[in-house]
Design a binder for this molecule. Structure first.
Ligand code: FDA
Length: 492
């Protein structure tokens, strides 16, 4: 076993990890970051697109794992997209240096202030809306599509049709900002640069255009000279030592998933940023394996951010459906949040399958009326999730209401093409909570019952935020790490 010491260790290179790394490195701290996925930029391996899944398509699986149409067999490789299967829900996550930012749709949505206040009554909302949200929009390079390009580009027919139909049905639509560089996309369209969003690249990684974390926070952190990122380092568990330091055990793997070395890292300060499910796995598994101290709130207050997928078939058949060419980057949404009976937000999602499948796809984001709970089954060595149909009753009702209203106004049927019964209750892209700010941690993410352990990722958000979550995750991480540094938590 190889042994190393580090003053500050961060596990995971997604939003929470990248923010923590940058701010600590700027403050002059030496940081080691362990990431189980591959450093794609360094490896120089291109990402594959939706129509031709290759190396980047799946985390060590023999078959692709897109939400639909998995007909492709693969040679297992440490790809960017992983799916965690539970009894009643499947959760997709990103793997690699940059975490979820490598595979996500880049939708950069600031939550509604009223809902943010409801979810986080103890935070100073004014400070978030005047400082932290603008800060992260700048750091993440958030921009908005040019309206004329949107109206003219054939690749956005699905958005134009979706919006037109929503208006006919009496819904309000909104423009959704993104981290994908829309000026780059315009050049793609004019064939001046290599295509990415217009070449069905997204959930297996974008070769161009998308400002994922490796191009923003992580690049800046590396430029300080204080950050070392070790990729293909899969952390197995953590141990609390008598002197209140931590020893972290990791498998160093190759791109086929074989273990090439066992490594241990001893650190004074440990930041968990392995994403909601990754962080919960590390905490709960370490507790099961070596009695790692846990607070009773760890695992509690978990939610799917109200994720609920649905679709409609034969959208405007006469005008040619939603188009055979589709950009992978969503820019439109239906905002029905103010409706007291049926509050939801839904993304007008692309379905770029290389042909016109006459199907409109929607990812609804609802309130989470009934939260779930994450635990660990020691005998089977797996995370378990207390979550079933009873948790999604209201989400299904909202989806039904939405589809019915859209079909009444525009024609169309529920999409049996994509889902059993037309609904995908079991599809989750936004797992949140389980290590909630102020419940399992103090008000800045320091884990209760510990002196040197912090959680800074999606697990801090109590299961719901009403919109796509990474802008909020990034802002909360900025807020926490700034205050932790100010309190001299990292004065070593
Ligand atoms: P994140 O999951 O980003 O990073 C955690 C990192 O830790 C990963 O790189 C993982 O490999 C690593 N890790 C985990 N366990 C480890 C271990 N044991 N050892 C070492 N490393 C470990 N959101 C949004 O706002 N807009 C959008 O458009 C979308 N779209 C979208 C599409 C798809 C397909 C998915 C899967 C997700 C989205 N999301 C999204 C969600 C968004 O990507 C997600 O909420 C954030 O990435 C979560 O950020 P975190 O910092 O919590 O962890």
């Amino acid at each position: 076993t190889e042994k190393r010491e580090a003053p500050v260790l961060i596990i995971g290179s997604g939003y929470g990890g990248a923010v923590s790394a940058l701010r600590l490195c700027e403050a002059g701290k030496k940081v080691i970051m362990l990431e189980m996925g591959l450093n794609w930029e360094k490896a120089g391996i291109p990402f594959s697109n939706l129509l031709k899944p290759g190396k980047s398509a799946a985390w060590l699986k023999k078959k692709s794992i897109a939400p639909f149409m998995n007909i492709f067999s693969l040679t297992p490789f440490t790809g960017t997209l992983d799916r965690l299967d539970f009894d009643h829900i499947n959760i997709w996550v990103g793997r690699g240096v940059g975490g979820g930012s490598l595979v996500n749709g880049g939708m950069a949505v600031t939550p509604k202030e009223s809902y943010f206040r409801e979810v986080f009554p103890d935070l100073d909302a004014e400070q978030f809306y005047s400082f932290y949200f603008p800060l992260v929009q700048k750091e993440l390079k958030v921009n908005v599509i040019d309206e004329q390009f949107l109206q003219e580009c054939p690749y956005y027919k699905f958005t134009r049709v979706g919006e037109e139909e929503a208006h006919k049905a009496g819904f309000k639509t909104i423009r959704v900002p993104n981290v994908y560089d829309f000026k780059y996309m315009e050049k793609e369209f004019r064939n001046e640069v290599p295509r990415s969003a217009l070449n069905t690249e997204v959930i297996y990684g974008n070769n161009h255009g998308k400002n994922s974390l490796d191009k923003t926070y992580l690049r800046k952190a590396l430029e300080t000279g204080n950050l070392e990122i070790l990729d293909l380092h899969h952390v197995q568990n953590m141990k609390l030592n008598d002197d209140k330091t931590y020893t972290v055990s990791a498998h160093h793997i190759d791109t086929s998933g074989n273990i090439i070395a066992d490594k241990t890292f001893t650190c004074k300060k440990l930041i968990l940023a392995a994403g909601t499910m990754g962080t919960l796995q590390l905490l709960l598994r370490s507790n099961a394996v070596n009695g790692f101290p846990l607070h009773e709130k760890v695992g509690k207050n978990w939610g799917n951010n109200g994720n609920f997928m649905t679709g409609r078939n034969w959208v405007k058949p006469l005008s040619g459906g939603t188009g055979s060419k589709q950009s992978t980057i969503p820019v439109g949404g239906v905002d029905n949040w103010e409706d007291k009976e049926h509050p939801f937000f839904t993304e007008i999602a692309p379905l770029p399958m290389g042909m016109d499948v006459a199907t409109a796809l929607y990812l609804l984001i609802n309130r989470v009326e009934k939260k779930g709970e994450v635990a660990f089954d020691k005998t089977r060595d797996i995370l378990t999730l207390k979550w079933d149909e009873s948790n999604t009753v209201k989400m299904r009702e909202n989806a039904k209401y939405f589809v019915r209203k859209m079909n009444t106004a525009n024609g169309g049927t529920r999409s049996h093409f994509l889902f059993n019964n037309g609904f995908g209750a079991d599809i989750c892209y936004h797992p949140l909570g389980g290590c909630v700010l102020g419940e399992a941690t103090d008000r800045y993410g320091k884990v209760k019952n510990h002196d040197n352990l912090y959680v800074l990722d999606g697990s801090l958000i109590p299961g719901t935020i009403g919109v796509n979550p990474f802008v909020t995750i990034t802002a909360i991480a900025e807020y926490c790490i700034e205050n932790l540094i100010r309190q001299n938590e990292f004065a070593l």
